[in-house]
Design a protein around this ligand. Structure first.
Ligand SMILES: *Cc1c(COP(=O)(O)O)cnc(C)c1O
Length: 368
């Protein structure tokens, strides 16, 4: 049996007629950039997030950059980000001219360790970017308290967490602004690059919309210099089709994760995901930990099972951040886990027999 890491082809086949119709409409009406189909998606996604505003942009990295700029963050400021994430999180900070400050991750949830933040605070600290890594929300209750105490802004990196919840509330009830990616492999994925910024704040929404579109108020009235980062009409129309299925897909991801949990319970040498009791995890990734990561990954591959590593090098250990002169033991948890984490295939189109096969192959290997 072959188990791919994800299966966007099967997903497309299930919704192909609707997708073709959506693309056709955009092309017929020449609604290529922003326009009617992007507006429709923005309204639908804002509602899905339980928020007042959604602004479509070019991709998730731009969403983070534009959100930071709209909050006036730049040269001379510091922004705290988790040591374990995709590079876009910290890259966006540097792009504004602000300084990246990494915080180690929590040993159980892999999200930013809220207890490590106080010692990183300086006069220059302006914001925190929690990442809801793998689809599990970070501890926003604690982060909001810290942010309130120190007058920091919170920008949520929701690239892996479409539809996640804390205390049965949507993520939009926390923090100032949320940034989403619709990269094809995300829980809600476009057919190309796309992203969005979501907020309940009218002023932030207005700033973001201008920043993403050359700082313009009207067609040729540029209030300040911004960037060109707008959503394509084709992506907006495709995302509107796929959004209708998102709750169902998330439900299946969660069921698949529960099945993995059950089959891997007390598997030797394997740590399954810990989920905080008050959150809804949306399982963008199902990440286990094992000391035998390299050997296990190879064994699974030999048996036709694709896996991933998120991420093989913790952000502070990347060559790109050598200039910050960190030592590996500055981030003991992230630096250890980069050698142990392994993402098993999880996606809505996956069958139970595929999960059974993955777990059977894995358990047999770990027993040896
Ligand atoms: C995918 C991702 C991004 C960047 O999104 P793009 O749309 O690829 O620019 C940012 N942060 C995290 C955590 C991501 O997983």
């Amino acid at each position: 049996m072959q188990v791919p890491f994800s299966d966007l082809k099967t997903q497309y086949n299930l919704i192909a007629s609707e997708i073709k119709e959506a693309i056709e409409s955009v092309v017929k009406e020449c609604a290529f950039i922003n326009g009617k189909y992007v507006q429709e998606f923005e309204a639908r996604f804002a509602k899905f997030c339980g928020a007042k505003h959604c602004i479509g942009v070019g991709n998730g990295t731009d969403a983070l950059f534009i959100a930071l700029k709209a909050l006036n963050i730049g040269v001379g400021d510091e922004v705290i980000v988790p040591a374990n994430s995709f590079v876009a999180t910290s890259e966006a900070v540097t792009l504004t001219g602000a300084k990246v400050v990494f915080a180690d991750c929590d040993p159980q949830t892999y999200n930013i360790d809220v207890h490590k933040i106080a010692s990183l605070m300086t006069q220059r600290s302006k914001a925190i970017i929690p990442v809801h890594l793998y689809g599990q929300p970070a501890d926003m209750n604690a982060l909001q308290q810290i942010a309130h105490q120190h007058e920091l802004k919170i920008i949520q990196d929701c690239a892996q967490a479409h539809g996640a919840e804390i205390d049965s509330k949507p993520l939009a009830s926390f923090g100032d602004v949320l940034c989403f990616s619709f990269y094809p492999g995300k829980n809600l994925g476009a057919y190309g690059d796309a992203g969005a910024i979501v907020t309940n704040n009218d002023e932030i929404a207005h700033q973001v919309r201008m920043m993403a579109n050359h700082g313009r108020e009207a067609k040729y009235d540029h209030v300040f210099e911004g960037v060109n980062s707008r959503m394509d009409g084709i992506q907006g129309a495709i995302l509107s089709v796929k959004l209708k299925y998102l709750n169902q897909w998330t439900h299946t991801r969660r069921k698949n994760a529960a099945y993995y949990d059950q089959l891997l319970k007390d598997a030797k040498g394997v740590v399954t995901p810990y989920v905080a009791s008050n959150v809804k995890h949306v399982y963008h990734l199902y990440v286990i930990r094992t000391k035998k990561r390299e050997e296990l990954q190879q064994h699974l591959k030999t048996n036709g099972i694709a896996t991933g590593i998120h991420y093989p090098i913790a952000l502070p250990n990347l060559t790109a951040y050598r200039y910050l002169k960190y030592k590996q033991d500055d981030f003991p948890v992230a630096s250890m886990y980069q050698h142990e984490v392994l993402s098993l295939p999880i996606y809505p189109e996956q069958t139970y027999s595929m999960i059974e096969f993955v777990c059977e192959v894995l358990r047999r290997y770990m027993r040896k």
